[in-house]
Design a protein around this ligand. Sequence first.
Ligand code: NAD
Length: 470
Amino acid sequence: MDETQVTVNDHAAAAFAEQSAGVVARRLNFGLADRRAALSRLESAIRQNEGALVAAMASDFGKPEAEVILTELVPVLQEIRHASRHLRRWMRPRRVAPTLVSLGTAARVRPEPRGVCLIIAPWNYPFSLAIGPLVSALAAGNSAIIKPSEMTPATSAVIARLVKDTFSPDLVTVIEGGVEVSQALLALPFDHIFFTGSPKVGKIVMAAASKTLASVTLELGGKSPAIVGQDADLKRAALWISFGKFANAGQTCIAPDHVFVHSSVKADFLTALRARVTKSYGEGFKSPHLTRIVNDRHAERLSDLLKDAVDKGAKVTFGGAAQDCRMSPTIIEAMTPEMEIDHEEIFGPILPIIVYEDIEEVTRRINERPKPLALYIFDKSLPRVDQIIAATSSGSVGVNLTMAQFTHTGLPFGGVNTSGIGAAHGLDGFRAFSHERAILSNHFSSLPMVFPPYTPGVKRLISVIKRILG
Ligand code: NAD
């Protein structure tokens, strides 16, 4: 191990030790009022740093101010408000009705803080995906170490300063850096790891957690399909798919990756989609409303995906231009399974359109692939929508909309298998960071009547119990 890694490991271990030392004190003293106060301090810090965050995300990847406010700040502020409002109820132990065997006892479930938590965040929503989970971690009474993404360094620096100015490091601290920092942190015995990122790194995180048996929440990615059925409102489908795919330049985990469109409405849908994309991003890659691709590596990855598709017969029917780290909203047709773009999560502003005749072809194709994080269905026929939902699996479903399921604080947000394990947001986020401790208290339980020695009388009683309950 070289000297730098030793320093990184020491730094991670020291931060972890500092938070671990306070676990018992937090269990006893970090109650409703203190948790609400911590959330309120976080809210004020976000409001004070709004300008710095807007500037940082503009510098990191040209994210328009409106999009920073809408997709980074509002969701976190909303989470804070929702958690503060409901926290008293969430924290309250839940009574559980007695069963026949447990007559004479009292049962309750007490949500308890897990302890010291690790939050590892990706770059694509670098603020909300680092601080959103922190809201749930604090609401549930934990301390947390946050490792933001090294790919958005200006935003990471603002997050680090904001946290340093708001919390003492024994409650929340930020450790900036790349893979080496992540790995140093993952080697420590955290009580919970909340990871947002790619399925590939998700597997590395889960393998690391298996060494200490830390619980995990994995918010991962994949290819989320949209379906435009024969009865869809095509203008509405175009409006939402354009926003979902091209906001943040398609660098969104729940962006529609590709669209299945029924053959009978393909031409009209594409006309509506082109009109909508032109209205939103008329100047193509020069549009001030379009976020940049995060770095040269990803820009190259996207142009390679496009080139591979075109070389193998795909047609670019809209957009296609790119310069430096900017890429125009692009629509391609005639995608085939030989193309890499058919398998890799696109994570950029390229939208393949696939024509279908029979919805069963579509559900079969979805079911042959890893379970998506999101599935979008555009159709006015509710029975057909329900049929598609019933025939498939995905982390979430948007019906006649895209992306907005992320913003509903009452809905669990998460994937399924390769797109994720566990859920975030609101009560589900609180539960992810809590241990549901079962407590059974004896008042006058009659169970000792069946304790040994197993005399004939006891055995008769056990067989009566078996007859009633078995
Ligand atoms: P990533 O998996 O490459 O990186 C995420 C984090 O893991 C970063 O902080 C990074 O430093 C760290 N990391 C990278 N390699 C590591 C390694 N070998 N060992 C330990 N840690 C490592 O993901 P990304 O490129 O930042 O983000 C894009 C991916 O995240 C996409 O797949 C996207 O779908 C997914 N995503 C999912 C959600 C969700 O809520 N489900 C949200 C945003 C992004």
